[in-house]
Design a binder for this molecule. Structure first.
Ligand SMILES: C[C@](O)(CO)[C@H](O)COP(=O)(O)OP(=O)(O)OC[C@H]1O[C@@H](n2ccc(N)nc2=O)[C@H](O)[C@@H]1O
Ligand SMILES: Nc1ncnc2c1ncn2[C@@H]1O[C@H](COP(=O)(O)OP(=O)(O)OP(=O)(O)O)[C@@H](O)[C@H]1O
Length: 283
């Protein structure tokens, strides 16, 4: 078979509230997932007749314990899929950034394998398999702005209107373990009593500050560990951001601007700081 090129993208969390910790160690969460069109990863797949999986990547350390390999063998076990794959992963989405890069890889690969079946699995079966690969994987099966609950398996598409706004994604060179971030959350036992309902939170804050308030429970933890990130967020608001903050468990941050001029000025500051960033225009 010829080589097939799959492209996977990434996401930011525009709202993320951590709930209770379950017996299996995972936490319930309520989050607003927003897909971004770039940066992207490329996954080149060649099907083989052997019952094997072989992966190479532009990042050597990703050639072991890759979520794509976990996905392949789990899919085989669940469906009896015949044959093997040779995969080349060209990784461009920052790793450990809270952008779901690996999760997106797995979801795109799972959808690809599923379409090779004589009778592809339905949505619920795919979500069940995706959930075993990682909490963010189910979202990327559909990759639409969504309200996500449970551990990440309850996905409700949401019409979020960012028309006219400009986006700016900042990718600091800080790799953060999601597991570590959740463990810190458990240790700090951050009070949840102060939590307003989402609408009250947005109404209360946005009226007073004219901002589109985004909330991420991980900020307290990550900004405590990396104060320079709090400073960066404050700088973005000084430069005219109308909303934004940490994505997932970080380190990436995402900001919204009403004016292109201010977005470009902010990106110029990031360029001077040597920080990787991406800009978006929502039409
Ligand atoms: C922070 C988010 O990225 C928000 O989108 C997700 O909740 C994390 O999704 P993810 O990176 O796909 O997480 P996984 O790779 O499944 O889990 C990594 C580790 O994070 C912790 N984890 C993850 C998701 C979740 N709902 N509760 C957790 O406590 C667990 O210790 C888990 O072992
Ligand atoms: N295909 C893959 N791409 C990236 N990381 C992978 C992949 N397979 C396994 N991993 C491991 O998973 C870890 C987290 O990957 P990822 O880049 O998805 O984190 P993230 O962007 O923080 O995702 P999330 O937002 O889901 O926390 C990496 O540090 C890496 O060791």
């Amino acid at each position: 078979m010829d080589e097939v090129l799959l492209v996977s993208r990434c996401k930011v969390n525009l709202f993320l509230k951590i709930g209770e910790r379950l017996a299996n160690g995972y936490h319930l969460l309520t989050s607003l997932f927003f897909p971004l069109p770039y940066p992207t990863d490329e996954i080149k797949v060649t099907l083989t007749s052997e019952e094997s999986f072989f992966l190479t990547s532009n990042f050597k350390f990703l050639e072991q314990n890759n979520i794509l390999e976990k996905c392949f063998w789990l899919f085989k076990k669940e469906t009896g899929f015949q044959g093997g794959c040779k995969v080349y992963l060209n990784k461009k989405v920052p790793i450990g950034a809270g952008l779901g890069g690996g999760s997106a890889n797995a979801a795109v690969f799972l959808n690809f394998l599923n379409h090779l079946l004589p009778t592809p699995l339905g949505k619920n079966s795919l979500i069940r398999i995706a959930s075993q690969l990682g909490a963010d994987v189910p979202f990327f099966l559909f990759n639409k702005p969504s309200w996500v609950e449970g551990i990440g398996e309850k996905i409700e598409p949401l019409a979020i209107d960012l028309t006219g706004l400009k986006g700016l994604l900042i990718c600091p060179k800080i790799k953060i373990s999601t597991k570590w971030a959740y463990e810190c959350w458990d240790k700090i036992q951050i009070s949840k009593k102060s939590f307003l309902t989402l609408s009250a939170w947005i109404n209360k804050k946005s009226v007073s500050q004219g901002r589109i308030v985004l909330l991420n429970d991980f900020e307290k933890i990550i900004f405590h560990a990396y104060p320079q990130m709090r400073e960066l967020k404050e700088e973005m608001f000084k430069l005219g951001a109308c909303g934004g903050g940490l994505s997932g468990s970080g380190s990436a941050m995402f900001f919204l601007f009403r004016e292109t001029k201010k977005q470009k000025q902010a990106q110029a500051v990031l360029d001077k700081l040597g920080l990787l960033s991406y800009n978006y225009s929502f039409v």
